[in-house]
Design a protein around this ligand. Structure first.
Ligand SMILES: Nc1ncnc2c1ncn2[C@@H]1O[C@H](COP(=O)(O)OS(=O)(=O)O)[C@@H](OP(=O)(O)O)[C@H]1O
Ligand SMILES: Nc1ncnc2c1ncn2[C@@H]1O[C@H](COP(=O)(O)OP(=O)(O)O)[C@@H](O)[C@H]1O
Length: 171
């Protein structure tokens, strides 16, 4: 399961809620959170297009390995580029897994108004280069399996929609 969306969109929060539901169902769940991946698996990578592609490719590889042995991998990077997301889908399917692309489509204005980490302000002031939605592109997916907007849906509602979409692809 690949979550994609802007910084602050709600990817981690909704991914964790989905993971909790799947654990209750007895799934073997591994959450590959964007921030945590950056500290370990992708330590040293930056935010230009090439490093973002490397980051998403690494996540996709680990997720496909988890799926190959029967686990459910939930990854929540920004994953701003369609090509990287498509590669993740191909890798998962090549591993014999089902793939779900979850677009957390919270509008930029809402993410920026929340600005929990002050990153949008820093990006607007030119102190943080290549910031998604400000000075680096976000290619909104045209192939999302489920779309949730955290400006409209509460965390529980968004998680319900994702779990329902997963159940549909598992049928
Ligand atoms: N320049 C720039 N652009 C976007 N994000 C930045 C940047 N610099 C640091 N951060 C912080 O890194 C988190 C995004 O990392 P990801 O690995 O998810 O990004 S990507 O998928 O490789 O594009 C992202 O975390 P989230 O806010 O949880 O999305 C940011 O906190
Ligand atoms: N409906 C919602 N869904 C998800 N997050 C929400 C929602 N409403 C408010 N939030 C808050 O928005 C923030 C989203 O942060 P986070 O999940 O880390 O986003 P991301 O991983 O996309 O950067 C959190 O502080 C969360 O509590």
């Amino acid at each position: 399961m690949l979550f994609t969306g802007l910084s602050g969109a709600g990817k981690s929060t909704i991914a964790r809620a989905v993971a909790a539901r799947l654990l209750e169902q007895g799934d073997l769940v591994s959450v590959l959170d964007g921030d945590e991946v950056r500290q370990v698996l992708s330590a040293g990578l930056g935010f230009d297009a090439e490093d973002r592609a490397r980051n998403v490719a690494r996540i996709a590889w680990v997720a496909a390995e988890i799926a190959r042995v029967g686990g459910t991998a939930i990854a929540a990077p920004i994953a701003p580029f369609a090509a990287g997301r498509a590669q993740a889908r191909r890798r998962a399917e090549a591993a014999g897994a089902r793939f779900l692309l979850v677009h957390v489509a919270t509008p930029l204005a809402v993410c920026e108004a929340r600005d929990r980490k002050g990153l949008y302000a820093a990006a607007r002031e030119g102190r943080l280069p290549d910031f998604t939605g400000v000075s680096s592109p976000y290619e909104a997916p045209l192939d999302a399996d489920v779309t949730v907007d955290a400006a409209v849906a509460a965390v529980d509602e968004a998680a319900d929609a994702v779990v329902a979409a997963l159940a549909a692809v598992r049928r």
